[in-house]
Design a protein around this ligand. Sequence first.
Ligand code: CA
Length: 384
Amino acid sequence: MSRTLASRALLCALPFALVACATPVQPTDKPSSASTILVPDETSPPKPPSQPVVSNAQPIAVAVPEFIRTTSAKYDVDAAYITSVMAKAQMREGIIAAMSRPAEAKPWKDYRPIFISQQRITAGKAFLAKHRAALDKVEAQYGVPAEIIVAIIGVETSYGGNTGSYPVVDALYTLAFAYPRTNEPGRIERENNREQFFRDELAQLFAMGKENGFDVTALKGSYAGAMGWGQFMPSSYRDYAVDGNGDGKVDLFNNLDDVFASVANYFVKKGGWKRGEPIVSRAVRAKGAAAFEPEGLEPRYTLEQLAARGYKPQTPIAGPGNATLLNLDGVNGPEYWLGYQNFYAITRYNISKHYAMAVYQLSEAIAGRENPLAAVPASGRPGA
Ligand SMILES: [Ca+2]
C-alpha cells in the first residue's frame, strides 16, 4: 500500500467515511483572486514529496448529478442543458498534471526574472502607448493607474498573447471532480476546499454564460479556468467585470474597454484600491533589529509601530496610512519593503507578495520611472 493510500485508510477507515472526507471543513477558505495562480506561489505550504494522483473521494456518479441539480436550482439554468454540457466535458490529464506540480517556494530573486524582463517591459510600453486614451479614461474614473492595469495584463497573459487554450468547461470539470489529491493529513482540508472552489466556479460558469449570452462550451482559458485578457475566474467575472464601452455586453475576451474597466473595478471593489496613494516603499532595517515577518498581507501597522521594530522608509513618505513589512530574498540579499493598502489591493488579484511586487515593479518600468533591470542596490542590509 502506498503512503498516500495508507494515509487515506487511516483517516477514512470506514467506506462511508470516504464521502465525508470530500466534505469541505471550512468552505470559506478558498482563493479569492481574480485569476488562479499560474506560477509557484510563495504562500503555498512547504513542498511535499511528489505524490500519485488519487481520484476524487466522492464517486463522480454521485457528485455530478448532485452538481447538476444544485446548479440548476441555484442559478435557474436548465438542468437538461447542464447535463448535455457535462456529458461532453473531458477530464484532461494535462490539467491535473499542471495543478499537481508542487508549488515551489521560489525566492524573490528567482521569481522576479519570470516577469521582469526587457521583453515584457518593452511590450508593456508599446501596449500602454497604443491604448493610452482608453486607459486614461479608466484611470480617471477608477483611480487605478494605467500602468498598473497594463502590468496586470502583462503578467497574466503577456498583453493578451496567451489567454489560455483549454476549454474552460473541461478545465473546471476536471478540477471540480478530479482535483489532484495527496490525501496527506496536513493537506486534505486544503484539497477538499480547492475541489469545492472549482465546483463552485463551474456552477458560476453556467450562470455567467446565461447572464452574458455566452456558449460556455466555446470559451477558452487557462488550465484553471481563468478567462480573457485579465484572466477572470467565473465568479470574478460575475462579481466584478463591467461594460467599459457601453455596448450592453461584458466581453473580457475581445473588448479591451471592458477588460480595462473590469480590472480597475476589481481593484477598487475587491482590493480597496485608493486613488493617488502609494503602493510600496523601500525600507531600511536598523542595526540589531529583530526579524519581523507579519502574518498575512494586510497593512495593519502604523509607520510608528514599524519604526519601533526597527524598520523605516528609506526616504520619508507623507501620510501613506498603515503598512505591513515585506521581507524579500533579493539577488543582493534581504530586501525590506513597506506594503500599503494599494499593495494589498494587488494581492487580492493573486494572493502572493511576489506576484504583487512583480506587478508593481513591471508597472514602474512601463511608466518609465525606473529601470528594474539595472543593478539592485543592497540597501536593505542591517545598518545600511
Ligand atoms: Ca462592452
